[in-house]
Design a protein around this ligand. Sequence first.
Ligand SMILES: Cc1cc2nc3c(=O)[nH]c(=O)nc-3n(C[C@H](O)[C@H](O)[C@H](O)COP(=O)(O)OP(=O)(O)OC[C@H]3O[C@@H](n4cnc5c(N)ncnc54)[C@H](O)[C@@H]3O)c2cc1C
Length: 422
Amino acid sequence: MEPEKMRRAPKAVVVGGSIAGLSCAHALISAGWQVTVIEKSGAAPSGSPTGAGLGLDPQSLEIVGRWISNPDLLRDITLPLTIDLNQAIDSAKKMSWTLARDESCNFRAAHWADLHSVIYKALPPGIVLWGHQFLSFQISNDKSSVLTKSRILQTDEIVEIVGDLLVAADGCLSTIRQHFLPNFNLRYSGYIGWRGVLDFSGEENSDTMVGIRRAYPELGHCLYFDLADRTHCGFYELRNRRLNWIWFVNVPEPETKEKSMTLKASNDMVQKMFEEAERIWVPELAKVIKETKQPFINVIYDADPLPQLFWDNVVLVGDAAHPVAPNGARSTNMSILDAETLGLCLKKWGLENLATALQEFQTIRHPVITKQVLHSRLVGRLKQGLPLQDNTAFDPKTASPDECKRLQHRNMPYFEHAPTSI
Ligand SMILES: Cc1cc2nc3c(=O)[nH]c(=O)nc-3n(C[C@H](O)[C@H](O)[C@H](O)COP(=O)(O)OP(=O)(O)OC[C@H]3O[C@@H](n4cnc5c(N)ncnc54)[C@H](O)[C@@H]3O)c2cc1C
């Protein structure tokens, strides 16, 4: 290695300033790297209008708590999800019964924007270049550096940034991944997710809130899943008087521009969804859904596990590396683990052994990612009553206790702990 390179701190260019990109910034800075994050959104999301809820597992909570040097901040933006409860719903009789109950789930619920905000605010200033759209990259002939080009969206100016490593945290539709795997395709899951967050500030004693707390008394520390005939709805409480819900509906693949993940729903679609909610769910849950402002649709895609996670000095992390169905609460947790593992490998091997570091990252993460992506797919299909590999389908009305146990989060491979080093 050139003497100049050995003297200075190694530099990474991270594309994408969402959870995976910002997590990598923390992990790489801890490993002694300089980091620049390129993000096309104009500014850090403020308040909580962006996104909805997510579940953080204990390992991610410990890692993020360390990055932000203040675990109390994480407690302040999350609520416990100690119980993982799957219930069957008889839509005609509006009755429910327990299918599977796990009282040691140990997750915590956060709003995406709150989590993003605490991770972002704990970074040194100036790390993230907001309003920069990444355009292309070129690996140097000796493979020792990567030149990136981005456009500043406000001025149209093109900027070039060179790094020793390019980290692709550009999400499910990653263009960097597409460069290496041009035939890679996302796979439609067979269902969409209607989702929303009901803000009940000032409405704590409304009929809706009194009703839902009576029907679901463990809200505030329980991850509820209601399963009806080939459909299911997950919901839980978030900090600051909010209820998060996501209702999965089996439909043919919607036509979207460039496989967009989020669809804005027309008034007509929302109206029809409300009518269906009344038909399928118990009245208390239907009411919560009906009173939620601006429910939106996530079209659910995942992908078969990628054959590899790095090429020369370009590495994939987060949804770019593993598009995954949301039914195992994995996406954000996997992104945090990717970042932590990458940081540890880079620290262990240093820039002079970058290839070994990336190989070790892949050796640690690939088996975990592979199993978790495939298991999340299985859980989604089980809960949606879609045909499984053996051509059977899960039916909450007839399922045996052993079959019901398959619904639980704790069956996720590496549920207790995923390795971050060899
Ligand atoms: C605005 C937003 C809200 C979300 N809300 C939720 C939620 O409520 N619940 C949940 O479970 N998950 C949510 N997610 C998804 C969640 O963040 C991811 O599934 C998971 O955390 C993995 O994150 P990621 O960083 O790999 O991918 P993503 O979160 O998809 O982030 C990819 C980032 O890359 C940026 N990017 C892409 N292409 C370019 C480019 N060419 N130039 C510059 N930047 C680029 C995008 O703007 C985005 O910020 C949300 C994602 C976003 C972006």
